[in-house]
Design a protein around this ligand. Structure first.
Ligand SMILES: [Zn+2]
Length: 540
């Protein structure tokens, strides 16, 4: 019997969602032992397209539950990444080349369609290679399984025979979910036509459980025949396929998107009819676009992983995925800076947290699991967050990371220790600035109401020398209070003057970092430029 190294008192305080899932999974194992000795997690893919952010999110979230479960129980675990490459391809995906190569093979299993890229033996061979490349690139630990090898290798045979034996009971689960005219023709089995090779469009006309076979008719080519249900002659439809995998492998845990809640329920019923308990499942909400709309792979209104990684480090993305899987989060560029700074806050705090529940509940324990285990967590000790860096880059108006570093090191020599993290941040701040801030920059002169407060602060800065961020912040408050203006609006006026932006970082921190004299020079230069320029009303 394996056991945990955690105290009961600590276990009780583990509240993050992967811990809740791990505890629930532990309970199910009291009545249902893992088939292979290892507790099995599964995540599934349809290889009809390239892996995307949803794929990444599902594997990442499953992995976090797995890591929590391992520590909680001391059990050995395994993750199957399962590709359903026996599925038929119904239409040519719009984002792939050489549609003419694929079109004649529509409705055949994905593993029997040529690779439109011409680099692999089949369509799904290409997508499966991409999927594994993708999972390896991000360091996921998994065992890859493809459907065709399971069917043709006989791994699924016992389950397929079981479905044939309990044919009517399986049909009774699905029929009520279908429209009346579709019920008669529905079968859990999709024979692959021996004449034309198509899997979509074949109809089962009779079953022969006594000899483990069925008779079918192909609606595409008209062929009629009898085939065994075993050894890859027949595949089962999607909801039944899920149950077949759970039955065969003894899957203990599987996540799925909210759109598959009904499928999970039906597949669970079928799995029980086959004689096995279904896995514990958890559904997650799907990502939405900027305006709360559904993300469509073909419309391209979602953000890709590569796009995110241009502007935020990997862990800012994984933090976004980690937080609240039960909420439909909007996925768009503007959420990146906030998540970078939340990530940095957690990273900076982690080494200070007491060992035990506080560390185990930190997202860092999950996002940096390997680093935490190896004692190699990158250090981040500073107060230079992404928002401040973005503003520094905004006033520097530069493309050169060395110039940014020069500034950083002049005022934060200790940032050198955080070089690994900071280098990533600087590169991304520059990219974010170029794409999203530069086109929107508009410097404006403070209005008459705020001008006295602005002038008072600038006068104070003239004698400030190397004042601390704290002292500058206090002076800014005093200048605003003395002029009797709304402080929020006063700070906005400063940001608009210095940064050409509505919002900015903590003013004291920023001025100290940018330099008191440099701030004075910049403010004076902008005021002179803006006073010399015609105001918008005066322009023709
Ligand atoms: Zn046919």
């Amino acid at each position: 019997m394996n056991s945990t190294s955690l105290d009961q008192a600590v276990i009780q305080q583990l509240k993050q969602w992967p811990w809740r899932e791990a505890k629930a999974l532990q309970k199910t194992l009291r009545s249902r032992k893992p088939k292979s000795g290892k507790v099995l997690f599964e995540t599934g893919f349809g290889p009809s397209g390239l892996p995307h952010i949803g794929t990444f999110a599902e594997v990442a979230r499953t992995t976090w539950v797995r890591r929590a479960f391992e520590l909680l129980t001391g059990e050995e675990t395994e993750l199957y990444a399962f590709s359903d490459n026996m599925d038929g391809l119904r239409k040519v995906p719009s984002n792939l080349p050489n549609a003419h190569l694929i079109e004649p093979h529509l409705n055949k299993p994905l593993c029997r369609i040529p690779d439109p890229f011409g680099t692999h033996a089949s369509f799904s061979g290409h997508m499966n290679a991409k999927l594994q490349e993708f999972l390896d690139h991000f360091g996921f630990d998994y065992t890859f399984k493809a459907s065709d090898a399971m069917y043709t290798g006989g791994v699924f045979n016992e389950g397929l025979v079981r479905i044939l034996e309990r044919y009517d009971a399986v049909r009774d689960v699905i029929l009520p979910t279908l429209s009346e005219e579709k019920r008669d023709a529905w079968s859990p089995f999709f024979p692959i036509c021996t004449a034309c090779g198509r899997v979509n469009g074949t109809e089962v006309v009779a079953t022969f459980p006594e000899r483990g076979s069925l008779a079918y008719r192909c609606t595409t080519c008209g062929h009629e025949g009898e085939v065994p249900v075993t050894d890859g002659h027949v595949k089962v439809g999607w909801k039944v396929d899920w149950a077949l995998r759970w039955f065969t492998f003894g899957v203990n845990y599987e996540m799925y998107g909210k759109d598959l809640i009904d499928s999970y329920t039906l597949s669970s019923k079928i799995c029980r009819i086959m004689g096995e308990e279904p896995p514990l499942g958890m559904f997650y909400e799907l990502f939405l676009g900027k305006d709360g709309e559904k993300i469509s792979k073909t419309k391209g209104n979602g953000l890709t992983i590569d796009e995110w990684l241009q502007y935020g480090p990997l862990r800012s993305l994984t933090l976004f995925i980690f937080k609240r899987p039960d909420q439909a989060s909007r996925l768009f560029f503007e959420v990146i800076p906030q998540h970078v700074d939340e990530y940095l806050m957690h990273l900076g705090q982690y080494p200070e947290l007491p060992e035990g529940a506080r560390q185990l509940n930190s997202p860092i324990w999950f996002l940096h699991h390997q680093d935490v285990k190896a004692g190699a967590l990158p250090s981040f000790s500073g107060d230079l967050n992404f928002a401040t860096l973005l503003n520094l880059v905004t006033v520097l108006n530069t493309d050169d990371p060395d110039i940014v570093w020069e500034y950083i090191l002049r005022y934060r020599p200790e940032a050198e220790q955080d070089r690994q993290v900071m280098d990533e941040l600087v590169a991304r701040a520059l990219a974010y600035y170029r794409t999203f801030i530069l086109p929107t920059k508009v410097h404006t002169l403070p209005s008459e109401e705020f001008r006295p407060a602005v002038d008072a602060l600038l006068t104070w800065l003239e004698g400030a020398g190397e004042a601390s961020a704290e002292a500058i912040q206090t002076a800014a408050y005093a200048a605003g209070n003395e002029a009797g203006v709304n402080l929020r609006e006063f700070f906005k006026a400063m940001y608009r003057l210095l940064l050409g932006q509505e919002q900015g970082p903590r003013l004291g921190t920023f001025i100290q970092l940018y330099g008191v004299q440099a701030t004075l020079d910049l403010a004076r230069q902008k005021i002179a430029e803006l006073e010399a320029a015609p105001t918008p009303e005066e322009q023709p």
